[in-house]
Ligand binder design. Structure first.
Ligand SMILES: Nc1nc2c(ncn2[C@@H]2O[C@H](COP(=O)(O)OP(=O)(O)OP(=O)(O)O)[C@@H](O)[C@H]2O)c(=O)[nH]1
Length: 347
């Protein structure tokens, strides 16, 4: 039973902004259902108020239906709206049904924290204003009609002041919370980018490449891989120095990137070696792409030197692990180097 109510939503992990919202929705719906179930039974068995029992039963069915829908769709935003609308209706109808008895007005104080957290600061302000306006209006009617449980006109002003204070405090609180989450999400994005990017070329780095390849291999879809290396790169460093060598590496990476289409996953393997994953491509197609890459480097000088690259190509076999695949591409590259460089070889 509790597993059902406290279902984990994998799309909202602990560091996700909506993690605690999913918890609050589950708790609110659990409380509403329990509350309505008890009231339905009490009204049938103890008070014999069948019409009120029917309303409570409708409340019970609504909270259960919302929960089932929430479990199915995991749509936090829409469910948050349904929950806050339901709870506001319950609170307002309770206040009206007991003709604004002073104890009932305290229940209105539940609305600001719930509404601000569930539907944000603008709608939170509106829900709070509506609920407290109803309270103030009822208090005002009492003062006009001089009912036995009459609330003074001063109480009306107090309710309005409390409403404004609630709105201001909860707006501030909600703004602080949402800004903190937005900053955290931005920083997490930046850290993720740094962790997966090669600082020199701005391509993906080897860690990211291995993660990507591992995930792609799990899909059982065809793919081809190219491993390439700049020929005699040591000479560039020795002749022009490492800074020019760095510039040449960046220029090679940019030129190759321009040649590849957006489906290709291009990463720096390390040093002057690069790797490319070509999803949904056969060996034949990958060899054509490798030839076009070889050509685009060999056609124009870079940093005043005519560079060339050697490339090894392989395609995925059904039983491949990440290591088999890399090993075959590496062997093909070794063959290209052995056979004279500036060429494409297959394994
Ligand atoms: N400038 C610069 N050089 C690098 C970088 N990473 C590796 N290298 C250099 O790349 C060179 C690679 O040399 P080798 O492994 O001997 O290979 P090569 O000279 O390219 O010869 P072949 O691969 O056999 O064609 C070394 O001089 C490394 O210092 C880098 O980030 N920047």
């Amino acid at each position: 039973m509790f597993k059902f109510w406290y279902k984990e939503f994998p799309q909202y992990p602990k560091d996700h902004e909506d993690f605690w919202r999913t918890r609050l929705i589950a708790h609110a719906l659990l409380l509403c259902s329990t509350f309505f179930a008890i009231l339905t039974l009490l009204n049938i068995i103890y008070f014999n108020h069948y019409d009120i029992a029917l309303l409570d039963f409708i409340g019970l069915s609504a909270s259960l239906a919302i929960y089932v829908w929430f479990n199915k769709t995991a749509d936090v935003n829409k469910t948050a709206w349904l929950v806050i609308a339901m709870i506001c209706t319950i609170v307002i109808s309770f206040i009206i049904s007991v003709n604004g008895a002073s104890y009932s007005l305290f229940w209105a104080t539940l609305i600001p924290p719930l509404a601000f957290f569930l539907v944000g600061r603008n709608w939170g302000s509106i829900f709070t204003a509506i609920t407290f306006t109803v309270c103030a209006y009822i208090a005002y009617l009492h003062s006009q009609q001089s009912l036995p449980t009459s609330i003074s006109i001063g109480a009306v002003f107090n309710i309005v002041e409390v409403a404004i204070a609630h709105i201001l405090i909860f707006r501030f609180y909600e703004k602080t919370r949402s800004c903190a989450y937005a900053n955290l999400a931005k920083k997490n994005q930046e850290i993720k980018k740094i962790a997966e990017t090669d600082t020199l070329t701005q391509l993906y780095n080897r860690d990211k490449f291995e993660q990507y390849l591992l995930a792609t291999l799990k899909t059982q879809r065809p793919l081809a891989m190219i491993m390439l290396d700049i020929d005699f790169f040591k000479l560039i460093n020795d002749t022009h120095g490492h800074l020019i060598g760095d510039k040449a590496l960046v220029a090679v990476a940019e030129r190759l990137q321009q040649q590849l289409n957006s489906n290709a996953f291009f990463a720096r393997w390390g040093g002057e070696e690069f790797v490319i994953i070509l999803p949904e491509q056969s060996l034949r197609q990958a060899v054509d792409i490798a030839e076009s890459l070889r050509n685009c480097i060999a056609s124009f000088p870079i940093q005043g030197e005519q560079l060339t690259i050697s490339l090894g190509v392989t395609e995925r076999q059904p039983s491949d692990s990440i290591y088999n695949l890399i090993e075959r591409a590496d062997k093909a590259l070794y063959k290209a180097k052995q056979q004279g460089r500036n060429r494409v070889e297959v394994n």
